[in-house]
Design a protein around this ligand. Structure first.
Ligand SMILES: [Fe+2]
Ligand SMILES: [Fe+2]
Length: 379
């Protein structure tokens, strides 16, 4: 049951907004403080799409905020594609996460175009594009989707299934749905699940209104006229957004991006405003920490999610120690001073991400409190 339950009580919902807000912020703070900063990965299982894990810090709905880790925005999941498995399902959603290849190699179909990626490449795709992930037949691949629940608060959580994997496994509380010819057409979520009072049918295919909106965008032409007033900036923005997404690369190749020695340590950026990609939900980079060394110490208002790809060590968050090892998720709550320490004889490799909208609201900056010991150093 969600901790948001009091809001569902009719009498309580009538209380003053100010009272509700103060009660809620205290409850959230207590909840945030009670949750662990290092999470073991939730295991993968078969779904209607293929094999994948649940979202590591709760589902993409806002009702799942602070249910597993102390992060408000991040809800990433792992996609597992073993060699020679049935082809995965196809779906579409407005939120377009960036997907990092953890191992192996594969392909990504996006609105009918197929892109190849290899280990440690980042796959970015456009909002509401039809997509399918595939692994190399011989080695397969594993990927992490850097997804956030921001789109729920935007009112844009919409997703639709276009095709299920060849051997779908239906979740608890659901059953397959067939058309009059006996062909599988979706699945039914049964009455009683999550309190619904009637069955819900999840039928494969596009939703007409969404389809219309996004098809119209695709027909947009480059804006060539002068911008005569402030309103026209938004008319031009509509065209610019479409043109941008049609020209940018869908794969940020690890081999083409440069390592940089920074005050925080050795970083390689994949998604940020100066790299042209379709991915805009998060800013993301790799951090490498040499054996028995440490990162710089810094703080930022934005929360941060890290996946430990290689190595083991610990973090210090506002003076508190949190041990971690490869495969685990480090959750850094908003406004936390933090530093990473490598306790092993080999490098630590971290995939780090912060929600990008903090930059748009004037809260994206980083405060540096201590530099990494190797900085400055030549690469
Ligand atoms: Fe997807
Ligand atoms: Fe950070």
């Amino acid at each position: 049951m969600s901790y948001l339950e009091p809001w569902e009580d009719k009498a309580e919902a009538e209380r003053s907004d100010r009272v509700k807000r103060f009660v809620h912020q205290i409850k959230e703070d207590q909840r945030l403080d009670s949750l662990p900063h290092v999470l073991k990965p939730l295991p993968s299982k078969q779904t209607v799409m293929g094999k994948g894990s649940p979202h590591q810090t709760g589902d993409l709905t806002c009702y799942d905020i602070l249910t597993r880790g102390p992060l408000y925005c991040f809800a990433s999941h792992i996609i597992d594609i073993a060699p020679h498995v049935p082809v995965r399902g196809i779906h579409r959603h407005i939120a377009a996460p960036t997907i990092f290849c953890l191992r192996g190699k594969g392909w990504e179909m996006n609105d009918g175009v197929t892109y190849q990626f290899e280990s440690h490449d980042m796959v970015c795709f456009a909002p509401y594009s039809v997509h399918q992930h595939g692994g190399d037949a011989d080695v397969g691949c594993a990927m992490i989707s850097l997804a956030t629940r921001l789109f729920h608060s935007f009112g844009l959580m919409w997703r639709e299934q276009h095709k299920m994997t060849e051997k779908p496994v239906f979740p608890d509380g659901t059953e397959p749905l067939y058309d009059e010819t006996g062909k599988l057409k979706g699945y039914k979520i049964k009455r009683g699940v999550l309190g619904i009072t009637a069955d819900i049918e999840v039928v494969v295919g596009a939703e007409p209104k969404m389809e219309e909106v996004f098809q119209a965008r695709k027909l947009s032409k480059p804006w060539t006229a002068p911008v005569l007033d402030t309103y026209e900036r938004y008319l031009k923005l509509y065209d610019d957004e479409v043109q941008y997404l049609s020209r940018v690369d869908h794969v940020v190749h690890e081999s083409r991006e440069a390592w940089e020695w920074t005050p925080q340590g050795r970083l390689k950026w994949f998604v940020h405003p100066a790299i042209e990609t379709g991915g805009r939900q998060v800013w993301a980079y790799l951090q490498e920490i040499p054996p028995h060394s440490r990162s710089g110490k810094h703080a930022h208002v934005a929360e941060e999610q890290l996946l430990v790809i290689e190595g083991n060590g610990y973090d210090i968050h506002d003076g508190e120690r949190w041990n971690w090892q490869a495969g685990e998720f480090i959750c850094i709550p908003r406004m936390t001073t933090h530093q990473h320490f490598n306790t092993g004889d080999s490098r630590v490799l971290l995939l780090c991400a912060m929600p990008s909208p903090f930059t748009d609201v004037g809260l994206g900056g980083i405060e540096q409190l201590e530099d990494a010991p190797e900085y400055p150093a030549a690469d």
